[in-house]
Ligand binder design. Structure first.
Ligand code: FAD
Length: 320
């Protein structure tokens, strides 16, 4: 990366070097709206979709040597990416790294595998335990980082081990206990580690019973949540004593709209992004919801949706 002058020239040079060496995709200025469930978000300087471990082994040292920061992307179902986009490289493992292999009563699953597919493979294998994650639209990588789950269980109940890479490509194997799990929290958050795969400990079960439980949970979800809209799931984490949605509802937020972003009237903790929504609209609306709950109940809700990218230009609008 010796001759580049200026950040754009450096990124062009890095992209060229990666295109020469990677089998997977290398794109410049990829709109992140294409890769998030909110369908908003500006361009990533570099967008990389390595196909396998060998591709990762090539790209990590190149990025590290050029000083290009790295952001991991799963299915983009818990992210609010800034309209200004993401500086540096976004690396997405899905749809590769998606193997699902049964070994005894465990499943060895790649970080790029979609949770929904893993749940259905478990059903086909007569393995129970994963039903609690039914309907969560993420990947295994995102689920491990976020400790995805519902009120009847989380992925942390099942993780035996996970194989990760450091940003410079060194392998690390962590046990479930190492991951420091609690509600929607893990030691992976902010660690810079790249999750490659996980071994999930399941239990033998009756297929009919597993299927019935999955159907019950799916019905519950579709009756309570706006599942067919552009959202990122729950905007705020639930405080220990009450659902965040109840506080937001009682603070009178349902159906409030800022620009193209609206508080769902079906579930007050969900923000719906209409086709004209920007990431800025969504962030303003989340800020407004937070303030309404604070003013009404003196409660400080914590964001569950993760802010990603270049938010430097954002300012809270206290008049909204
Ligand atoms: C309709 C809807 C319903 C939802 N319901 C639920 C629910 O019931 N329960 C729940 O917990 N969540 C729910 N969510 C939120 C979301 O689906 C989960 O947080 C999910 O686990 C995110 O996975 P993802 O692959 O989309 O990760 P992303 O949103 O892409 O990323 C989440 C985090 O994981 C990191 N990451 C992703 N992959 C890797 C990797 N391989 N290595 C290292 N870091 C990685 C990212 O950098 C980011 O920090 C819902 C979302 C929607 C849209």
């Amino acid at each position: 990366m010796g001759n580049a002058t200026g950040p754009e020239a450096l990124l062009d040079e890095v992209a060229r070097a990666l295109r020469d060496k990677l089998r997977g995709d290398v794109r410049r200025n990829e709109p992140m709206a294409m890769h998030t469930t909110f369908r908003v978000g500006g361009p990533a300087d570099l967008f990389l979709a390595p196909q396998d471990d060998a591709d990762l082994a090539v790209l990590l040292p190149i990025l590290a040597q050029a000083g290009v920061p790295l952001t991991l992307l799963g299915n983009g179902s818990n992210l609010l990416v800034a309209d200004a986009g993401v500086r540096g490289a976004v690396v997405r493992l899905t749809p590769y790294f998606a193997q699902i292999v049964r070994e005894g009563d465990t499943l060895l699953v790649g970080a790029g595998a979609k949770l929904g597919r893993v749940v259905h493979v478990a059903l086909a294998e007569g393995l129970c335990g994963l039903e609690s994650t039914m309907g969560i639209p993420g990947t295994i990588g995102g689920a491990l980082v976020m400790n995805a789950g519902t009120d009847i269980g989380s992925i942390s109940d099942l993780v035996e081990t996970t194989r990760c890479l450091t940003p410079t490509g060194d392998p690390v194997t962590l046990s479930g206990a190492d991951l420091g799990y609690s509600y929607r929290r893990s030691a992976l958050q902010g660690s810079g580690l790249i999750v490659l795969d996980a071994r999930l400990r399941l239990a033998a079960g009756e297929k009919d019973a597993i299927k019935a439980k999955m159907e019950r949970l799916e019905e519950k979800r579709t009756s309570r949540q706006p599942t067919r809209c552009r959202t990122a799931g729950s905007t705020f984490k639930n405080p220990p004593d009450i659902a965040a949605g109840k506080l937001i509802d009682r603070a009178g937020c349902k159906a409030h709209r800022i620009g193209g972003a609206e508080v769902s009237d079906k579930h007050a903790n969900f923000i719906i992004a209409h086709p004209d929504a920007t990431a800025t609209d969504i962030r303003h609306l989340a800020h407004w919801m937070h303030r309404r709950v604070k003013d009404a109940f003196d409660r400080d809700l914590e964001m569950e949706v993760e802010l990603v990218g270049d938010w430097d230009g954002w300012r809270a609008d206290e008049e909204a």
